[in-house]
Design a protein around this ligand. Structure first.
Ligand code: UDP
Length: 329
């Protein structure tokens, strides 16, 4: 299939791009490189462009005879979305509406959209099913939820087929093609803990140990980035015009911050000093997916189903690329 991946130079997008490319699909990555890494994109497949450049998007969609879009391009730091919501509403909502308009004009009627468990806010019932109320607690979650609504409305009105894939905590790295997680600034737990093991950071700060969880630290569902990529491809292949899929993507197993640090200690052999700090604003105590619907709908089953396997794959990437994409080792 001829697929355009917006944000395909980013973390999850580049893993999906690599997997589609290896699977023989004709892909193009459309990315403004504000966060992405050109080195993460399969050779010769990058078009540098902005989502808000509607005419350029339309030209690419038409000239490359694109059949479907995977839309990863977005601003995705929860904390920054609180301090700078304008950028989030602009990039995530205005940018996506520009993409949807270009798709309508070019008659592209299938899209797989990166949504998030942040659309649920603080869930009442964990593990979280897709029936849980979507009630975000930060601007990032609001922008993603707004687009889920837009997709449903466009589907009813214009026949768009879409899948909104609600990721839990994307983690790990591809074992096949030397790409992995490299954010600036890095705020995610696993890469930060592994930076301690690499000697780049003195210790890891634990944001709160007084949550209502068994060990007092927050519980998250760490889903491997290649498992996310697989789900995107299955969703893409299942889409028809007017399809509406809304699916959670997680392992169904939670790991606390302390359990993640312990797993990193076991895998790296480094003592990884940790200190407890105040809670980080906007962190729900526990986010774990009930991903049975994705299994039933797509036959999707995560291959990395333990925190150890996820951390081990991240560790391989960080050891091989201690400075991410920034420097040739
Ligand atoms: N966390 C932490 N110390 C850090 C970074 C993160 O204790 O230096 C915690 C954070 O509070 C959350 C969990 O680790 O409970 C996962 O955070 P991350 O930023 O990786 O993902 P998020 O859940 O925010 O998407």
């Amino acid at each position: 299939m001829r697929v355009l991946l917006t944000g395909g130079a980013g973390y999850v997008g580049s893993h999906a791009a690599g997997m589609l490319h290896r699977g023989g699909h004709e892909i193009w990555v459309y990315d403004n490189l504000s966060e992405g890494h050109p080195q993460a994109v399969p050779e010769g497949r990058l078009i540098v462009g902005d989502l808000q450049d509607g005419p350029k998007l339309q030209t690419v969609l038409r000239e490359q005879q694109i059949a479907a879009v995977m839309h990863f391009a977005a601003s995705c730091y929860v904390g920054v979305s609180v301090t700078d919501p304008a950028a989030y509403y602009q990039n995530n909502i205005v940018g996506t509406l520009s993409l949807l308009d270009a798709m309508r004009a070019a008659e592209v009627d299938k899209i797989v959209f990166s949504s998030t468990c942040a659309t649920y806010g603080v869930p009442e019932i964990v593990p979280i099913t897709e029936r849980e109320k979507q009630d975000p607690i930060n601007p990032y979650g609001f922008t993603k939820l707004a687009i889920e609504h837009a997709l449903a409305d466009y589907s009813h009105a214009y026949g768009l087929g879409y899948a909104a894939l609600r990721y839990f905590n994307a983690s790990g790295a591809s074992e096949e093609i030397s790409i992995g997680e490299d954010h600036t600034p890095e705020t995610h737990l696993i890469p930060l803990v592994l930076q301690v093991a690499l000697g780049q950071r003195e210790d890891i700060k634990i944001f709160g140990d007084d949550y209502p969880t068994p060990d007092g630290t927050c519980i998250r569902d760490y889903i491997h980035v290649d498992d996310l990529a697989t789900a995107h491809i299955l969703a893409l292949e299942s889409l028809e015009p007017r399809s509406q899929l809304r699916l959670n993507l997680g392992t169904g197993r939670g790991a606390s911050v302390l359990e993640v640090i312990e797993a990193c200690r076991r895998i790296t052999g480094h003592p990884i000093p940790a200190t407890v700090e105040a809670r980080r604003a906007g962190d729900p105590p526990e986010l774990v997916a009930d991903a049975r619907l994705a299994n039933q709908t797509l036959g999707w089953q995560p291959r990395y189903d333990t925190i150890e396997s996820v951390v081990a794959s991240a560790w391989k990437w960080h050891q091989a690329h201690p400075h991410g994409f920034g420097q040739v080792e």
